[in-house]
Design a protein around this ligand. Structure first.
Ligand SMILES: *[C@@H]1O[C@H](CO)[C@@H](O)[C@H](O)[C@H]1NC(C)=O
Ligand SMILES: *[C@@H]1O[C@H](CO)[C@@H](O)[C@H](O)[C@H]1NC(C)=O
Ligand SMILES: *[C@@H]1O[C@H](CO)[C@@H](O)[C@H](O)[C@H]1NC(C)=O
Ligand SMILES: *[C@@H]1O[C@H](CO)[C@@H](O)[C@H](O)[C@H]1NC(C)=O
Ligand SMILES: *[C@@H]1O[C@H](CO)[C@@H](O)[C@H](O)[C@H]1NC(C)=O
Ligand SMILES: *[C@@H]1O[C@H](CO)[C@@H](O)[C@H](O)[C@H]1NC(C)=O
Ligand SMILES: *[C@@H]1O[C@H](CO)[C@@H](O)[C@H](O)[C@H]1NC(C)=O
Ligand SMILES: *[C@@H]1O[C@H](CO)[C@@H](O)[C@H](O)[C@H]1NC(C)=O
Ligand SMILES: *[C@@H]1O[C@H](CO)[C@@H](O)[C@H](O)[C@H]1NC(C)=O
Ligand SMILES: *[C@@H]1O[C@H](CO)[C@@H](O)[C@H](O)[C@H]1NC(C)=O
Length: 400
């Protein structure tokens, strides 16, 4: 009898845990099954690598829409996203005009009426400063910036929908600045820290600075980014509290640089990151270094069009905003400690992905919440049975 009771309770406990687990899963994560079909094309319409840098085109086709991801190193590395409401929209490049880099309209998404939204991010400059007093104040002793438009960029190395671009300039002794673009067909998580959550509507860009000989032993770095968004500029960065879990340990924030109507929470396009960079390519927790962003500032549209061939070719008028990402806080090790720095961000359209509790945390929560409840239940049951047996013994006693 006792054995049966224990077995029964074990079963109930498991069923209870399982249903709690499912409940938590559905509460914290609406399973996203949305998928896009990816088609990768290098230098569309051209049969030889163009001088000055490759143009990658990834078509991500949904049911009734297409996301065109364009990544180009004609000038400063640029990622352009164009969202259309047609699953058959195409990209057309007039190569002679595109390579001349002096007219807009040399890259078109057709039919033009199908364009719903577009956004672009340009990596314009790498800044280095000598932090002699270890205050991480970027305005202290700035060296002349590295202009990324003047770098020599490698050809794009493709592997599926992942593209690798590395570059350096003449003063970059043995070092390189690399970009890894990943376009995704469905929801998932980055393979490496900070394991950003992505959807089929966003792409991930990882940037790293490897082996550069710093100009001072107390050198720290900044990366200048500029961005444009269709109807609304990317003019604000929202910082949210995020969950600290096994995916990005010890990071409690997520930052979103968004294209949105003033005061509205509807986001058209975004750049999302966690404020953390890593000092090694195979990082441990000690290699994490915090990063900070400056407030987005309005930039010159003429300058932005000059530094990026892709921006020049697609946009005729734009309202760029720019910000500086600064790596390392006062007291953190300097760049010379590892001669490596990597940082990861997402670029996408629509609402940015929202982090949820991981299955591990949910299981811990389920056990944490479930065990006391089960104990209460068992306690109640025991009291009931006890009461019954006592009742029955008292009921039988007078007869005896
Ligand atoms: C796609 O568009 C067609 C016609 O415009 C519509 O009937 C269909 O419901 C749409 N499908 C989706 C998944 O939005
Ligand atoms: C663009 O540059 C090409 C060659 O450099 C030149 O022939 C052409 O006239 C220029 N077009 C404009 C609009 O400046
Ligand atoms: C796509 O958007 C354009 C412009 O907003 C609109 O004119 C067109 O009807 C739309 N097409 C479809 C298939 O929804
Ligand atoms: C560093 O500290 C010294 C002494 O406090 C000060 O004179 C100097 O201006 C500081 N340098 C910078 C770049 O802030
Ligand atoms: C970078 O290239 C631009 C355009 O070619 C040129 O005007 C500028 O002087 C160059 N900057 C450096 C630091 O070489
Ligand atoms: C650059 O690399 C070469 C070959 O690996 C090496 O011999 C040289 O010492 C390196 N230079 C510096 C400054 O690290
Ligand atoms: C991605 O975009 C498609 C089409 O606009 C939309 O149906 C889907 O819900 C979006 N997915 C996410 C995760 O935002
Ligand atoms: C949005 O806000 C900014 C600054 O707060 C202001 O300069 C701009 O004019 C506003 N735009 C609209 C469309 O209200
Ligand atoms: C980034 O920092 C440099 C140096 O302080 C400054 O000249 C530049 O304007 C900043 N860029 C942006 C977009 O704020
Ligand atoms: C980096 O520079 C600092 C300051 O000069 C020096 O103390 C430290 O040993 C250097 N670290 C490495 C790994 O070279």
């Amino acid at each position: 009898m006792a054995e049966v009771v224990i077995k029964g309770n074990g079963g109930i406990y498991l069923i209870f845990l399982f249903s709690l687990f499912c409940l938590c899963q559905s509460l914290f994560r609406g399973a996203d099954t949305f998928k896009r079909e990816l088609k990768v094309e290098l230098n569309p319409g051209l049969h030889y690598p163009p001088p000055g840098g490759d143009l990658l085109h990834v078509r991500a086709v949904g049911y009734n829409d297409t996301l065109h991801f364009l990544f180009c190193s004609q000038g400063a590395p640029t990622l352009l996203l164009v969202h259309t409401n047609s699953s058959s929209s195409t990209v057309q490049v007039n190569w002679p005009l595109f390579l001349a880099r002096n007219t807009s309209g040399s890259l078109k998404v057709k039919p033009e009426g199908s364009i719903l939204y577009s956004t672009a991010v340009v990596f314009s400059r790498l800044l280095e400063y000598d932090d002699v007093n270890n205050t991480a104040d970027p305005n202290s002793e700035l060296f002349p910036p590295y202009e990324l438009q003047n770098f020599t960029w490698s050809h794009l190395k493709l592997s599926g929908s992942i593209a690798l671009l590395c570059g350096a300039d003449a003063t970059f002794i043995n070092g390189s600045l690399c970009f890894k673009l990943s376009v995704f067909g469905s929801e998932g998580r980055g393979q490496y820290w900070p394991h950003l959550l992505h959807s089929a509507n966003s792409s991930q860009l990882e940037v790293w600075l490897d082996g550069l000989l710093p100009r001072a032993s107390h050198s720290r770095f900044l990366l200048e980014l500029q961005a444009v968004g269709g109807a609304y500029p990317l003019n604000r960065v929202d910082v949210y509290q995020s969950i600290d879990d096994e995916f990005t340990p010890s990071i409690f924030k997520v930052s979103q640089w968004v294209s949105a109507q003033n005061g509205s929470s509807d986001v058209y396009g975004f750049v999302q990151w966690k404020p953390v960079a890593y000092r090694r390519s195979n990082p441990t927790l000690e290699d994490a270094t915090p990063c900070r962003h400056s407030e987005p500032q309005s930039q010159s549209s003429e300058e932005m069009a000059t530094l990026s061939g892709l921006i020049r070719s697609f946009y005729s008028d734009l309202e760029p905003f720019g910000l500086n990402m600064s790596f390392g806080l006062a007291g953190d090790p300097f760049y010379n400690s590892t001669n490596f720095l990597s940082w990861t961000m997402l670029v996408g359209v629509g609402s940015p992905p929202v982090d949820s509790f991981s299955p591990l945390v949910i299981t811990i929560m389920a056990i944490g919440l479930g065990t006391p409840l089960i104990l209460l239940l068992l306690g109640g049951l025991w009291v009931c049975i006890r009461k019954r047996t006592v009742d029955s013994t008292t009921a039988y006693e007078p007869i005896n």
